[in-house]
Design a protein around this ligand. Sequence first.
Ligand SMILES: NC(=O)c1ccc[n+]([C@@H]2O[C@H](COP(=O)([O-])OP(=O)(O)OC[C@H]3O[C@@H](n4cnc5c(N)ncnc54)[C@H](OP(=O)(O)O)[C@@H]3O)[C@@H](O)[C@H]2O)c1
Length: 322
Amino acid sequence: MLTAQVKEFGGPEVLVPVEAPDPEPGPGEVLIEVSHADTIYLETQLRAGWGGEYFTVTPPYVPGGGVAGTVRDLGPGVEERWRGRRVAAFVDGSYAERALAPADALTAVPDGLAPRAAAALVHDGVTALGLLERTALAAGDRVLILGASGGMGTLLVQLAHARGARVVAAARGTEKLALVRRLGADEAVDVGAPDWPERARRALGGAADVVLDGVGGSLGAAALPLTAPGGRFSAHGAPTGGFADLDRADAARRGITLYGIADARYPVAEIVRLRAAAFAEAAAGRLTPVVGAEVPLAEAARAHALIEGRGVVGKVVLDVRG
Ligand SMILES: NC(=O)c1ccc[n+]([C@@H]2O[C@H](COP(=O)([O-])OP(=O)(O)OC[C@H]3O[C@@H](n4cnc5c(N)ncnc54)[C@H](OP(=O)(O)O)[C@@H]3O)[C@@H](O)[C@H]2O)c1
């Protein structure tokens, strides 16, 4: 089967097409014929050699962690009902034509949800819904979303709006600001403007009850002063090169609850529940994953270059069907 492998840490060019043997499902596992593979920002950072203190990957390896496809074979002990079903799952190495997943980690893809949309939601849908539950976002809350135009950010904007929150979306550039407004942001703030924190404060009407930081670095840190006393701040993002370095003493003094990347990881049963909920919303037309580019598996290097180039509006998905 065709895979894309990172042969050494480096730029997008280290991601090359490689033929590999088909995997065989072991006990409790299924073999998925992959239709579309998700890509997330983290995969570009791991490919470049970042994140050794949080994640363990050693080249050569097949990157990626989420697929949508069809169950083609069953390992011992797997219920026959899964055969031929359209599913999505986290897998170990998703940039491949076939992948293995434990049967108990599968989420059925409902009728009416295209495989590319399922792939776009396989990670981002889980994390977005999980973050809103973790931070207990409620109707009437003022929420500031950093990285609002990204794969997960675009879902957060829609879901927060649907919950009745006042949504202030921070993104970069006219096109991305227009997108987040269309998705339900009450106000959109351009982080390219040096005075964006003041603009965000005005848009929030003083402060945010919840901050969802999908970018980290100094941008994320600049949002802590915008958080209301007693508020919640999730620092789960690091596309700037690092998670936000937050003033914990200030947060403690003002009664702000801080969440980090470890709080955005869930047990298998929770992942399946959150993903099924995201799929149901999308199948019902209430949640739209924004796919800005679909790239063939053999050109995975181009997909990474597009993500890092930050020019695509929405997320990048790999088309694996050949
Ligand atoms: N996806 C998940 O399920 C998941 C799970 C846990 C944690 N996270 C973390 O959440 C973050 C967002 O993930 P994602 O998958 O939504 O990524 P994504 O679709 O690639 O979005 C990345 C966002 O970050 C912004 N960005 C990129 N480079 C930046 C830079 N140098 N400075 C400031 N902003 C920058 C992008 O906006 P512009 O380029 O337009 O500025 C975009 O809004 C990542 O750090 C990821 O590790 C994601």
